[in-house]
Design a protein. Sequence first.
Length: 543
Amino acid sequence: MGRSKPKKTKAGTAADKAALGAGFEDRFKNMTHEEVVAFLDRIEAVALPEDAQTVRNMAGTIRCLHETIQTKGISLDRVRAIAFGGITEKTRKVCPPKEPSSKASTKPKEPKPGHGPKGSKAFPSAEKVQVPHETLKSGDCCPECPKGRLYPHGRPAVMVRFVGMAPLDAKVFEREVLRCHDCGEVYKASAPKGVGPLKYDETVPAMSALFRFGAGFPFHRFARFQETLGVPLPASTLHDLVTKASWLLDPVLDALMQYAAQAELIHQDDTVMKILDRPDLLMRGKKERKGIYTTGLIAKSGVNRVALFITGFQHAGENLADLLKQRMAGLAKPVQVCDALAANKTGVMDTIVAHCLAHARRKFVEVVKYFPEECRTYLEALKVVYKNEAATEGMSPPERLAFHQEHSKPIMDDLERWLQEQVREKRVEPNSGLGQAIAYSLKHWQQLTLFLREPGIPLDNNLAERSLKRAIMHRKNSMFYKTQKGARVGDLYMSLIHSAELNQVNPFDYLVALLRNHAFVEENPEEWLPWNYLETLAGITAG
């Protein structure tokens, strides 16, 4: 009888699996490239050539599988962040300190600026009511000490009272009607003084546009909200009023685009959008484009800022190239702030490119779970740079540049050397998530560190990303534009509203002023931009 194979017990199988798992963890998962090479050299020294080659193939396969799992995990994390919202990218959250600080601070933390009760200056649009003392006035004797006299203190005691109201209100004027019992002539009372002949005041399309394109309320939702408040207004009426009013605002948008084309610095980014009816689908180059994008451009010229939204088949780079065709000859090259996507550089334009440091940082945040120590080095370095940026608040561009050259340049130089060492000494696999993050930073290092060589260059493109949240909010609430014309209307209002906000101007008051003075606006639209319209309005009122 032949010898039978010993049966493997369940316990033995589990132990073997545990040993294999531990061996994989210790031998391959956390081994560096140099350690793997040394391990395979030791195998070749004691094993047969064919066995050594088999082990080498197995090690390569395991390493490849591990990298694939990491890549899939990173991709799944991105999908998870898109669907459910990403975690914070702050360094202390994604890379917590190795050891908690032993020195517990007993000093209470000071609240951040902006917390606590707000003073009267925080309500510039609120109605101010002067309330005199009910029994006393300046010059009276003090009730407590007869020798003293009262005088104005200078600072009033502020009390703020909030009142709720419908966004759109209506007044019903019941004019008396008289009729002669003999001749039958009818006499109607005239409308009260100050009530114009129009059914809808200019404030109606202004408020409707602000809710629609400033707060993301679709017209049907806004109409239902108005109906619950007892002032019904159909969604179709709201749409028509806002669309007709946009025709009066076109000159201002053209003036804003002309001003933005002369700016010294322009942020750009885009996001996908959807238009249902697209009869103007055109050939772009050799391919027919089907994708729709909304581009956000933020132009800065001195202290003034302009926000532009453009929806269509073109990418951000092509829209910027079209805008710069309006740039006057002889001006210096504008600075173009964007991420490193090829779509941001499509088009013929002569600019100085600065890339977004936050995008490069985000690539390390995405892989921090798999490469914690390496990512910590990168994130901690940028944490100091961003603290230096916060310290430059209030400085002029030359002062800010000198500050960064003194305090941030040594940190960025050390970081560049560290990145190069990781590649040169083969401490990281080029195709891994960390390898790709390092390659991105090294490839675009000159554009990422432009703020160390040129005055006024921002560290990142967050300004454009924040502005695009208006378009993203529209996409989440309304899902699409029905027509290209509707997209044009949305771009116009978002551009005017966000430009007003960037210049600390009340967007509702701004839109109302433009609509009520549309005849003057059409004549000289450049005098009705967010930063100078109040001066123009005061001149008209005085005249």
